[in-house]
Design a protein around this ligand. Structure first.
Ligand code: GDP
Ligand code: MG
Length: 601
């Protein structure tokens, strides 16, 4: 097949608008999979992806169309937390299908994906999906696409990914006609763009590359433009839909290579690979910035679970999710554990779910938190990722802190106009700041742009937004940097001892409310103890809430004869001493399930 007949493209859309379904149809039409294939959404390989119906990892598949076209699809994850993967895909392809659900219309992520695509030179094909649905509003959605995104009426293709309507007739011809074939110097020295990487327990690190110039074959020695590390290529092939060896990849082809790389972290997405001895200086491609985790979660092994074994397990899980960060951490209450960093709150939830599914009750997982930036008077900065390391008020005074800042995000929310008032209220109640309010020209939808502290977004803002708008609101966000924040560390104390793993950084305006809830909740989960237990919430050196659990009286006298006075006195004294001892140690037995239950709440 000549390079003029290659196409490299991607599908972008708001979540649930049908990317994975459309990918399946394309794979079916081109004969990669059969209609009978039981597994819906073939490219969603991870179990959580199937069970949650969302795509987390970008996948790729090559297809042969009409025996003369090589179509190379890069699927993208649908959720906002993974926007950097979408951005990378958009910069690695020559064209993209922008999919819009005919019953929902232009949504927050549609606008965000459209803007992202505009930053690159990618050719966009707008397509309205789900036109088979009885409640589809094709005309209204078409109008939105023309007026909001500036497409021409005749560019818009109307399809059903479910039934396959118009995919063969209109969408595939449009892919061939409007998306340019890859450019590149077929005879030049090899240059490969590193698009993605994953880990296979049998084969090791696998790289997905797009050959920009020349070709690569098994046995070639290559070098990374960024790390300057050298590798010998063991295997080369295409994704069809799984790794299928071909031995070579030529200019304009997308496929995988297995370079015998030891560490996934050495695979820098956006890197350029060269043949050894032919390397030149290459910049990371635009759009390929390394993603930073923004949501952190503490995890600790439950009672009696071996720390080392579970650490190996977690490390294995992380091998295939390069965006997860892992540090060891020790807590006075929960012992040795880890702090895991994620891209966003859904990413954290999905990973938590995987841990829970795969490691059951063996882990105690703490509440997610965001990083805080401490700025010192001497211009030094410190990023705090663990709330228990957040300075309390006394250390704030002595360590010459200038300001404390928290991360903000710029959010796009799309809602039916009737909800504008209450959504603006919700934004304000969550310390947000409205920036823009636009009504779509069809006048029944509005898009609000606002700033929001990431901490509020992580604290189930989307859940509140959804329930307020009966499920209609959609949301997309991007980082908006750090801003000054009046936040304090709230600690939970049991008999005067701080349970560090439960510490939380909260805004001063919320500290009273959260503190009261905490002590009340924690009390519920502590069974009565042999001695008195005092639960307190504290910040800035002040106790703001307190609950006491009275000691359970052990009736040491029950078996004694009432007249045996001296013996009776002795026993009472002994019991008192025992209590005092335990109290002074402050060593109270907090059952693991108390933490579990408290944290789940
Ligand atoms: P993604 O999040 O963009 O990957 O969306 P999915 O492909 O997972 O689709 C979301 C839901 O919409 C699934 O329940 C699909 O079965 C359904 N769906 C996708 N395309 C169509 C379509 O053309 N017609 C109808 N009726 N349903 C569709
Ligand atoms: Mg999907």
């Amino acid at each position: 097949i000549p390079i003029e007949n290659y196409r490299i493209f991607s599908i972008v859309a708001h979540i649930d608008h049908g990317k994975s379904t459309l990918s399946d149809r394309l794979l079916e039409i081109t004969g990669v999979i059969t209609k009978e294939a039981k597994n819906e959404q073939v490219l969603d390989k991870l179990e959580v992806e199937r069970s949650r119906g969302i795509t987390i990892k970008a996948q790729n598949c090559s297809m042969l169309y009409k025996d003369k076209f090589l179509l190379q699809l890069i699927d993208t994850p649908g959720h906002v937390d993974f926007r950097d993967e979408v951005r990378r895909a958009v910069f690695a392809v020559d064209g993209a299908i922008l999919l819009v659900d005919a019953s929902k219309g232009v949504q927050a992520q549609t606008v965000a994906n459209f803007k992202m695509a505009k930053e690159s030179t990618v050719t966009l094909i707008p397509a309205i999906n789900k036109i088979d649905l009885p409640n589809s509003e094709v005309d209204r959605v078409e109008k939105q696409i023309i007026q909001e995104l500036g497409f021409e009426k005749n560019e818009i293709i109307k399809i059903s990914s479910k039934t396959g309507l118009n995919i063969q007739e209109q969408l595939l011809p449009a892919i061939i006609e409007s998306i340019p074939s890859p450019s590149g110097n077929t005879n030049g020295p090899f240059r490969g763009l590193l698009i993605d990487s994953w880990y296979d327990s049998y084969q090791g690190v696998i790289l997905l590359i797009r050959v920009l110039d020349g070709f690569i074959k098994e046995g070639d020695k290559i070098v990374s433009g960024q790390t300057r590390k050298k590798y010998e290529v063991k295997k080369v092939g295409i994704m069809y839909p799984n790794e299928t060896p071909t031995g070579t990849l030529t200019t304009g082809q997308v496929g995988y290579i297995i370079p015998g790389m030891k560490n996934v972290k050495d695979a820098l997405l956006g890197d350029t690979l060269f043949h050894l001895g032919q390397e030149s200086k290459a910049k990371l491609l635009p759009g390929f910035k390394e993603t930073k985790p923004m949501v952190f979660v503490g995890a600790f092994p439950a009672d009696g679970i071996d720390h080392k074994i579970i650490e190996d397990d977690i490390n294995r899980l992380i091998l295939n999710d390069r965006s997860v960060e892992l540090h060891r951490e020790t807590s006075n209450a929960l012992g040795q554990g880890w702090r895991l960093g994620f891209l966003g709150s859904l990413h954290a939830t999905v990973f938590k779910e995987r841990l829970e599914k795969e490691y059951g009750s063996r882990l105690i997982i703490c509440q997610p938190s965001v990083p805080y930036l401490i700025k010192y008077i001497d211009d030094k900065d410190q990023l705090i990722k663990n709330p228990s390391e957040f300075p309390n008020s006394t250390s704030r005074r002595t360590t010459r802190i200038k300001t404390i800042q928290e991360p903000y995000v710029e959010v796009l929310t799309s809602i039916p106009t009737e909800y504008v008032g209450c959504v603006i209220q919700l934004i304000e109640n969550n310390r947000g700041e409205q920036k823009e309010l636009n009504y779509l020209n069809t006048e029944d939808q509005a898009i609000i742009k606002y700033y929001l502290p990431l901490a509020e977004l992580v604290d189930d803002f989307f859940g509140k937004l959804k329930s307020l708008t009966r499920g209609y609101a959609t949301l997309d966000y991007d980082d908006a940097g750090y801003k000054d924040a009046d936040v304090v560390k709230l600690e939970l104390l049991v008999n005067g001892k701080s349970l560090d793993a439960l510490s939380k950084v909260v805004h001063r305006s919320q500290v009273q409310k959260v503190g009261k809830e905490w002590v009340k909740n924690f009390r519920e989960y502590l069974r009565s103890q042999l001695y008195e237990v005092v639960i307190q919430a504290k910040y800035d050196g002040k106790v703001i809430a307190r609950e006491t659990i009275k000691a359970r009286k052990k009736d040491v006298l029950a078996k004694l004869h009432a007249s045996d006075v001296s013996r009776r006195k002795k026993l009472l004294a002994k019991q008192k001493e025992g209590k005092k001892q335990l109290k002074s140690i402050g060593n109270i037995q907090i059952p693991q399930d108390a933490y579990q239950a408290f944290l789940r709440k």
